[in-house]
Design a protein around this ligand. Structure first.
Ligand SMILES: [Zn+2]
Ligand SMILES: [Zn+2]
Ligand SMILES: [Zn+2]
Length: 292
């Protein structure tokens, strides 16, 4: 089959060279000037638009993947905007090319759904629940979980993490479980020493896994008093805060000062209140022992 001169000219103008015609009168092989590799193209595409070299595109997707910290596995035959990638965790991801470019440019980070899911399943399991899936109509912060009693319930993920919820069917949860009222102290960069009064089922995990935004921040538990259940702990703690705010207004620290270091919005006081708070806890402890 002949190759017409004006086809050669069109190919050259678009960065290709026609090496031969193939299959039928509608197809030919184009050699890319940039990479030297050939691909099969429709004559119609060559004459009416810009042919794209699949080898160059593949190299570009591979480079984008590498820049985004991913391994390029190939394009998605079902959708020309998507490719398959391997994440650093080893899981396979299906992602839009544009998104991978944005990750490579540092505009956003990638997140592996399967790792995320495993993490959320583990959080639920640690509290005797299993993760069922998203909670339609409750927004992105909620999931449906199933309790070990069999009851299914929509719960905010943050509550699953902190444990501050109850099973609506069997009533088991933070309000019925044994709890503590604690006093913690913090020495945060650039701030005078601080104390925190609060309640938790597990003050140690509250301090290290929830409150501190970074593990190297200095903070420790000064005292914790065991309380029958979370409900009682919460109401006692609320009364103590009300009294502290009423009698020691100047010791209440504005949250914007400690927000960069601690994940909490209130309940933080100047360390000068430490003896007052410890005395409250002592009295609480003796009072509770007396009534036990
Ligand atoms: Zn090429
Ligand atoms: Zn993963
Ligand atoms: Zn239950």
């Amino acid at each position: 089959m002949p190759i017409h001169e004006h086809w050669h000219a069109a190919a050259a103008a678009k960065g290709f060279e026609i090496t031969c015609r193939v299959d039928d009168r509608y197809h030919l092989m184009l050699r890319c000037e940039a990479c030297g590799q050939e691909h099969r193209s429709k004559l119609h595409v060559l004459m009416t638009s810009q042919p794209l070299c699949p080898h160059c595109m593949d190299a570009r997707w591979r480079a984008d993947a590498e820049a985004a910290g991913l391994v390029w596995l190939g394009r998605d035959p079902e959708d020309r905007h998507y490719g398959f990638y391997q994440a650093p965790c080893g899981h396979g991801l299906r992602r839009q090319f544009e998104l991978v470019k944005r990750i490579a440019a540092g505009e956003c980070a990638h997140r592996c759904e399967r790792c995320q899911n495993e993490k959320e399943e583990a959080e639920a399991k640690a509290r005797g629940w299993s993760l069922i899936g998203p909670a339609p109509g409750r927004g992105p912060n909620y999931r449906v979980y199933r309790h070990s009693c069999g009851h299914e319930q929509a719960i905010a993920r943050a509550n699953m993490q902190s444990g501050r919820f109850n099973c609506a069917s069997c009533g088991e949860g933070w309000s019925t479980a044994p709890s503590f009222i604690y006093c913690m102290c913090f020495a945060l960069p650039g701030l005078a020493p601080l104390v925190k009064l609060g309640f938790s089922r597990n003050p140690d995990s509250r301090l290290h896994w929830q409150l501190k935004r970074s593990p190297d921040l200095s903070g420790h538990i000064l005292r914790s008093v065991p309380i029958r259940n979370g409900h009682t702990a919460q109401s006692l703690e609320k009364k103590m805060h009300a009294a502290l705010r009423r009698n020691h207004r100047d010791s209440v620290i504005p949250p914007e000062r400690y927000r960069p270091w601690l994940r909490v919005k209130s309940e933080i006081y100047a360390a000068g209140l430490q003896p007052v708070i410890l005395k409250l806890l002592d009295d609480l402890d003796t009072g509770l022992r007396a009534t036990d």
